[in-house]
Design a binder for this molecule. Structure first.
Ligand SMILES: NC(=O)c1ccc[n+]([C@@H]2O[C@H](COP(=O)([O-])OP(=O)(O)OC[C@H]3O[C@@H](n4cnc5c(N)ncnc54)[C@H](OP(=O)(O)O)[C@@H]3O)[C@@H](O)[C@H]2O)c1
Length: 307
């Protein structure tokens, strides 16, 4: 099969299109014919070698954790699916090696759910990791009807899903973004606010009594800077800064594969409460450009690779 691989850590230049053996089927694994995959920041952070010691990588590695495709082969004990089923998933394995930037991927059955019928393969591939992260962060924070939620990086892959999920729960959402993305955020139902110097004051002007939940999808000093915006009893949840938990008594979330979570997202798509924003679609052979696009740090929604 054709796949994108890298044999050493480095810039996007290390990514190349190569011929690889087809993946092996396991007893609780399915082989999926990949129609589309998507890029997450973790992909290029791993590729750069930034996450050595935290995530095990076996080189040469095929990058990519998000997939949408069709079941090509079923394992000995995977009664949930049949050959030909359309699926999507966050194909997180213990080791980074056989990823989704390939024509075929071996996916543990615990990572896959049925693709939402209303989404194309390209749209579905944009969902799993970012959508599950948004969903799990919102669940952990306990967002409820009537609360005010501040979402940092609201126009990004995770943020755009989080804004919509929080709105669907009945929350008022304030979202940080640059000017270029503020109209987009209004379209999702959020009140946009520009990040950078003076952000806390701008949030205070919108929510003088404070916000109930901060969702930090940026890191850096964002958690500390937002602490002063919390209402009494408010909490901070971060996916990028563990001090949200250790110093601020809130939560740090590292997304886990979850069939139930994917099914919950599917229900929101089917109910018309969730939509997918795609910044750009690249062919598999141009995966390096897809990585570069996401690495810019300013894409709106998701970068997708069609296979
Ligand atoms: N712990 C986990 O499980 C987990 C899961 C997923 C992601 N993450 C991490 O969470 C972060 C976000 O992921 P993502 O997929 O959403 O990334 P992304 O799609 O690449 O985020 C891009 C967005 O970030 C916005 N942005 C950049 N700098 C900002 C700032 N200082 N304040 C507010 N917005 C800013 C940009 O908006 P403008 O263009 O308007 O500037 C852009 O829309 C990454 O660091 C990623 O590694 C962690």
């Amino acid at each position: 099969m054709r796949a994108i691989t890298y044999s050493r850590f480095g810039s996007a230049d290390v990514l190349e299109l190569t011929e690889q053996p087809d993946p092996h089927i396991g007893p609780d694994t399915l082989v999926v014919r990949v129609k589309a995959a998507s890029v997450n920041p973790v992909d290029w952070k791993i590729r750069q070698g930034y996450l050595e010691g935290l995530i095990d990588v076996q080189l040469p590695a095929i990058p990519g954790w998000d997939v949408a495709g069709v079941v090509e082969q079923v394992g000995l004990d995977t009664p949930e699916f049949q050959v030909g089923d359309e699926v999507y998933g966050y194909v997180r394995k213990d080791t980074v090696q056989g990823g989704t930037f390939a024509e075929l991927v071996a996916a543990p059955v615990r990572t896959l759910a049925r693709k939402p019928a209303s989404l194309s393969f390209e749209e579905a591939a944009a969902v799993p990791l970012a959508g599950l992260t948004a969903y799990e962060a919102i669940q952990r924070a306990g967002v409820k009807d009537g609360q005010t939620v501040l979402v940092h990086a609201a126009a990004g892959g995770v943020g755009a899903f989080a804004v919509q999920i929080a709105k669907a729960l009945g929350a008022r959402v304030i979202g940080t973004a640059s000017e270029a993305n503020q109209e987009f955020l209004r379209g999702l139902g959020a009140e946009p606010v520009t990040y950078g110097d003076g952000l806390a004051d701008r949030v205070r002007a919108l929510a003088p009594d404070g916000v109930d939940v901060v969702l930090d999808f940026v890191g850096g000093g964002t958690v500390a800077a937002s602490a002063g915006n919390l209402a009494d009893g408010g909490t901070i949840t971060s996916i990028a800064d563990p001090t949200a938990r250790t110093e601020h008594g809130g939560h740090y979330v590292w997304v886990r594969p979850s069939v139930a979570g994917l099914d919950a997202l599917t229900a929101l798509f089917d109910a018309g409460k969730l939509s997918v924003e795609i910044a750009q679609v690249f062919d598999l052979a141009d995966a390096a450009d897809a990585h570069r696009a996401n690495e810019s740090g300013h894409t709106r929604g998701k970068v997708v690779v069609r296979v």
